[in-house]
Ligand binder design. Structure first.
Ligand SMILES: [Zn+2]
Length: 362
């Protein structure tokens, strides 16, 4: 941060206190899960040989051929196990390929269930995310969305024990499995700073086939294509997954059919690159009849346009607030984005404003 370059010691103290107070007010909350919520899992036909597999708030897609199945993100260990049983009874062919949208725990977990029959395809950048940070990484080194996980160390011994975590800790999609297990790579029942920084990705089976720009997987006379969408805020290993023979496109996380996720990963930068990836996706989506995101129902290319327009409207509103000398808190009150109030997760508007404010000012 630029304020750290200020040499006068009093200034440094005053400004770092301000940052600390702001940081406190903006600290992300620990994500929780209602233990009463029933796990719902469904499979529905999209088009041709492509199907939509869904659980409560997440989804994926798969292609069935006479030679086997190509499955996009497996979502979680339990969801993947359920899928494996459904595939056996409904189609009687094994999964030959698992193709990843990106490395995040809530999409990429669970592939090991198919390791006996499948290859795993992902962008080459997935590998660096799967590496463990240096063992010297402490809980204090955790910044961003997992800060509240590091903050659970109530006895101050430098690790988070399972007994320190709340009962309603976040769960894997389509599963009762606790996110704690996702962080705990060495399964010793406690989380180090390095394990938390790495993320809850212990159940992400590494890609056995890696690509850099584009790859086409062929099976049973059909194709699945993965296209790298570049470096951006959400991740640097994002693949757009398309089923060109069945007119289906699957977009994961950098476009959704609901409000953008919370503070939009502003701490990772990459807003112009994100907008570029969205514009490119919108252009490509026009050639597809069925455009599916991982969060929401099957739609069309016009949903990608709507998402781009939302971000442009948000950007313009926040830029106007900045130009008018408004504080972030004022903008969180005045930038209401009312015309999008029918979108799911509209309660995230104030976090979206925060993220956009940082994109435009950091
Ligand atoms: Zn993600």
């Amino acid at each position: 941060m630029s304020m750290l370059k200020i040499r006068t010691s009093n200034c440094v103290i005053a400004i770092s206190m301000l940052v600390a107070v702001q940081g406190l007010a903006q600290a992300p909350e620990l994500r929780r899960a209602s233990l009463e919520e029933e796990v719902v899992r469904t499979i529905s036909h999209i088009n041709g040989d492509v199907y939509h597999a869904q659980t409560n708030r997440s989804g994926t897609a798969f292609l069935v051929t006479p030679e086997g199945i190509i499955l996009a993100d497996p979502l979680s260990r339990d969801f993947a196990q359920w899928l494996k049983e459904e595939f056996a009874t409904r189609f009687g062919v094994p999964v030959r390929y698992v193709v990843y949208s990106h490395h995040h725990w809530d999409h990429g977990s669970g592939g090991a269930v198919f390791a006996d029959t499948a290859e795993f395809v992902g962008h080459a950048n997935m590998l660096s995310y799967l590496e463990m940070p240096p063992p010297t990484t402490t809980l204090a080194d955790v910044v961003g969305q997992y800060e509240p996980v590091a903050a659970l160390d109530s006895n101050g011994n430098g690790v988070v024990e399972f007994s320190e975590t709340p009962e309603d800790m976040q769960r894997f999609p389509g599963s009762r499995q606790n996110i704690f297990e996702g962080f705990d790579a060495n399964r010793d029942g406690e989380l180090s700073g390095a394990e938390i920084v790495r993320g809850a990705i212990s159940f992400v089976h590494p890609p056995t086939i890696r690509y850099t720009d584009e790859i086409e997987v062929r099976l049973g006379g059909k194709r699945v294509r993965l296209t790298w969408m570049g470096n951006m805020n959400h991740s640097n290993d994002t693949s757009l997954i398309t089923f060109p023979d069945d007119d289906v496109m699957l977009i994961v996380d950098y476009v959704s059919r609901r409000l953008p996720n919370r503070e939009m990963d502003y701490e990772l930068g990459g807003f112009p690159e994100w907008m570029e990836a969205i514009a490119r996706t919108e252009e490509m989506a026009m050639d597809y009849g069925y455009v599916l995101t991982a969060h929401g129902p099957v739609g069309t290319w016009e949903d990608v346009r709507a998402w781009r327009e939302y971000l442009e409207d948000l950007r313009d509103a926040v830029a106007a607030g900045i130009a008018a000398g408004q504080t972030l808190e004022e903008m969180q009150r005045t930038v209401t984005m009312d015309e999008y109030s029918h979108w799911e997760r509209f309660d995230w508007v104030d976090e979206n404003v925060l993220g956009m404010y940082h994109f435009l000012t950091d």
